[in-house]
Design a protein around this ligand. Structure first.
Ligand code: FAD
Ligand code: NAD
Length: 466
């Protein structure tokens, strides 16, 4: 066993949280080691989660656009290129490019990467064990845990069966189902529902709650339900499973309501668990909650001084976007910077069409008794949307009736995840600069999707004058 004691910070996990923390700490002059269990850096984000699903979505979106194009409408058969294994093959390029870029960060910033399983041996000591049985002990001032999360697996579902998948294993599905059941209508379930229907599969989307993505603005959530149904998804709300019964030809999902759904395959997308197992937490007196997540303070420090945790391992919001900033902020604080936390996180959901929002919903503003007004722009009326044929969608601005302060932005449709950032920049200005008047005093490029802000602001101000 080799021992090295030259480290200021040892980071376990090279997803967005761990990578950002390593780079910030290295720039701050710390001697940093990264421990990663996978053979390549990038985390689950690059290899199994965000990047593969977004790359797949991009491929499928192009297919959908081609099918809408009158010139190509005659192609009704699922061509070879749209077979699942072929699509997966095509996204490997994106993953490889991401790995290349990210590996370069470690090399250029002199962050040493240890490939192997990392665990805490004692305060200030991390053990690394690779798959050939080699071991290292890294002695360090601080330890940062960024081990991410994995799909939650209930015990009574057989995930080793070739008809039953989760969001990791779906990437190695070797056939193209004609129909598929998705159990769990959270973000992953809704995004994959769009991907599968885009490929012409019949989808049963089973939701244990009464609405899709009920943390979203109701109008947006309703619009998503409408579009998914229009694309051929059967949404079943308020359903819970009793059993998943796979066999050679397919899989049967048995629901508490008495229904039995049958399909060629099933994607289980009902929650995630933090990767806190076999991390040696007990060696420093730490314990994860029932979902495998660790509690941290405002500096991202766990209950043990010198042990920090960021990213999916600490739960909300469990996004690559936020994980990256949590890692950066945490390492900044370790380097002596002022406290900074991730607070106002936008939502970006890559269904087809996409969704994005930041700030409270109408329901939340009403509950809080904040007098707000609504300004809306429907994409079908925008020149850019008419040109691209992406007419489905809407931008909704919620603003204070008296101060005109922008309170919330809720967007659905083409480019929603990009558009939201225009408003976010205005929203983050201090008073009186955060005002929807910005959008009527500013000249926008024409024709653009961003023009929706002017249209929505005028619409909202007109309502005040009624
Ligand atoms: C299908 C899917 C789609 C998603 N889409 C989006 C999206 O569009 N936008 C968005 O913002 N977020 C998205 N997310 C969420 C996002 O991927 C996660 O929030 C993000 O990856 C969390 O980053 P992280 O750094 O905490 O950890 P991860 O990316 O989970 O990486 C953790 C790393 O730690 C390593 N590790 C774990 N334990 C050990 C150990 N003991 N020793 C050594 N290494 C270890 C793992 O191998 C892994 O490489 C998606 C997630 C999924 C599953
Ligand atoms: N575009 C995006 O931002 C994007 C895309 C995909 C995934 N993600 C991230 O991935 C996760 C989505 O996961 P999901 O869609 O599978 O489900 P989810 O987190 O929406 O949860 C679905 C259901 O499972 C339950 N659940 C969650 N974790 C559980 C656990 N450990 N044990 C028991 N029940 C649990 C929840 O209460 C909920 O009822 C979120 O963390 C999300 O932020 C984000």
């Amino acid at each position: 066993m080799n021992t090295s004691s030259e480290w200021d910070l040892v980071v376990i996990g090279s997803g967005p949280a761990g990578e950002a923390a390593s780079m910030r700490a290295a720039k701050g002059g710390l001697r940093v080691a990264m421990v990663e269990g996978l053979p390549k850096v990038g985390g689950n984000c690059t290899h199994l989660g965000t990047i593969p699903s977004k790359a797949l979505r991009h491929q499928v979106r192009q297919v959908v656009r081609h099918h809408r194009n009158p010139v190509l409408q005659s192609i009704t058969e699922l061509p070879q290129a749209m077979e699942w294994p072929n699509l997966i093959e095509r996204i490997t390029d994106v993953i490889a490019s991401q790995v290349q870029v990210r590996s370069g960060f470690y090399f250029r910033n002199r962050v040493k990467v240890f490939t192997g399983h990392g665990s805490i041996m004692a305060p200030g000591k991390v053990r690394v064990e690779d798959d050939q049985g080699r071991e290292w002990v890294l002695e360090t001032r601080d330890i940062l845990l960024a081990t991410g999360s994995r799909p939650y697996h209930p015990e009574n579902v057989d995930f080793s069966h070739p008809r039953v998948y989760d969001s990791d294993t779906i990437l190695s599905m070797s056939h193209t189902p004609r129909n598929i059941i998705i159990y769990g209508a959270g973000v992953i379930g809704c995004e994959y529902a769009s991907i599968f229907t885009g490929l012409g599969m019949r989808v049963d989307l089973v939701n244990s709650r009464e609405h899709l993505l009920d943390f979203m603005d109701t109008e947006i959530s309703d619009a998503l339900s409408y579009h998914l149904r229009e694309q051929g998804v059967t949404i079943r709300h308020g359903e819970e499973y009793i059993a998943v019964e796979p066999d050679e030809e397919g899989v049967t999902l048995i629901l508490k309501s008495g229904k039995r759904l049958r399909a060629d395959a099933l994607l289980w997308s009902n929650g995630r668990s933090g990767n806190s197992q076999q991390l040696g937490l007990e060696n420093v007196g730490l314990e994860a909650n029932s979902r495998g997540q660790l509690a941290v303070d405002e500096r991202y420090q766990t209950a043990v001084p010198g042990v920090y945790a960021v990213g999916d391992l600490i739960g909300w919001p469990s996004l690559a976007s936020a994980s990256y900033d949590q890692g950066r902020f945490c390492a900044g604080m370790i380097c002596g910077e002022e406290e900074q936390q991730v607070r106002h996180v936008p939502t970006g959901i890559y269904t087809i069409p996409g969704i994005s929002s930041i700030g409270p919903t109408e329901h939340e503003l009403t509950e809080a008794k904040i007098p707000y007004e609504v300004g809306q722009a429907f994409f079908k009326n925008l020149a850019r949307a008419q040109i691209t044929g992406e007419r489905a969608g809407m931008l909704k601005l919620l603003f204070h009736r008296d101060t005109l302060e922008l309170l919330g932005i809720h967007c659905f449709g083409y480019q929603a995840t990009e558009i939201v950032h225009v408003g976010q920049a205005v929203m983050s200005q201090p008073a009186p600069h955060n005002s929807i008047e910005y959008f009527i005093k500013t000249t926008f490029n024409y024709p653009t999707m961003a023009e929706a802000y002017r249209v929505a602001a005028i619409n909202g101000l007109n309502r005040l004058r009624r």
